[in-house]
Design a binder for this molecule. Structure first.
Ligand code: ATP
Length: 234
């Protein structure tokens, strides 16, 4: 059984038909990549999974349970975390306060905090600093750290490399490889070079429709297919 299954998902935002037919399965373990150009529908797909938009018709199943139409908080409680493109951190609060707000009951498990520091050592150094004073890369690390401060089954991450320097992107790739050893990641990306390093399975979305599904290894080896599908992203 797939960890997450999207079937025939259509999402309207106001009068706009944004998703027309989004169907794909995310298997448990590793990184699943959803590629697509600007405005293709990647963020809307993640927001529809999290209950922030309502797909009608269509269904979202998590571990076989139909979660379509549940409230976002209930979806999160089932073990799904969301790292939005704007990172969702509180600039006026310290790193520690941002992390506290991401826990269920305001307390850290010591072992878990060490696990997070092991992946993102900068957070320990900046623990008492305002999140707003961090660099772009450190903010992105904080936003991912908030998602893993408690163990989750699935993390949805929206374009985490956008605007980051290559060295930080490398650090992110290492971090995601570590995280994906315990938690399935659904990664939305435009950066194919980053995505291909991490992805096991993948799909391409264009104009609100899934136009390709397969393994990253097959996709990365097929230049014609890449030219055809990623040029949609030109
Ligand atoms: N709140 C909204 N109101 C109206 N249209 C919207 C809204 N949010 C998104 N859209 C439209 O829906 C389409 C898909 O947007 P979405 O943000 O899902 O794309 P994306 O693939 O995540 O793009 P990007 O890479 O730019 O974030 C776009 O045409 C966008 O303009």
């Amino acid at each position: 059984m797939s960890l997450l299954s999207l079937t025939g998902m259509k999402t309207d935002i106001g009068q706009y038909h944004v998703l027309h037919d989004v169907t794909f399965d995310v298997p448990e373990g590793g990184v699943f990549v959803l590629l697509g150009r600007n405005g293709a529908g990647k963020t809307t797909t993640l927001r529809s999974i999290m209950g922030l938009w309502s797909p009608t018709p269509g269904s979202v199943r998590f571990r076989g349970q139909d979660i379509t139409g549940l409230h976002t908080a209930d979806i999160a409680r089932l073990g799904i975390a969301y790292v939005p493109e704007n990172m969702g951190i509180f600039g006026g609060l310290t790193v520690e306060e941002n992390m506290v707000l991401a826990t269920r009951d305001g307390r850290f498990d010591k072992g878990r905090l060490d696990f997070v520091y092991g992946i993102f050592p900068a957070l320990e150094r900046f623990w008492d600093k305002p999140a707003g004073s961090l660099s772009g890369g450190q903010k992105q690390m904080l936003s991912v750290a908030r998602a893993i401060i408690e163990k989750r089954d699935l993390i949805l991450i929206d374009e985490p490399t956008k605007g980051l320097a290559p060295a930080i992107v490398d650090a992110m790739a290492g971090a995601f490889a570590e995280i994906s050893a315990e938690t399935t990641i659904l990664l939305v990306e435009q950066n194919f070079h980053f995505a291909r390093r991490l992805g096991r399975d993948m799909a391409v979305i264009d104009d609100g429709r899934i136009v390709h599904r397969g393994t990253m290894a097959d996709f990365a080896a097929d230049q014609t297919l890449q030219d055809q599908l990623l040029s949609l992203s030109a």
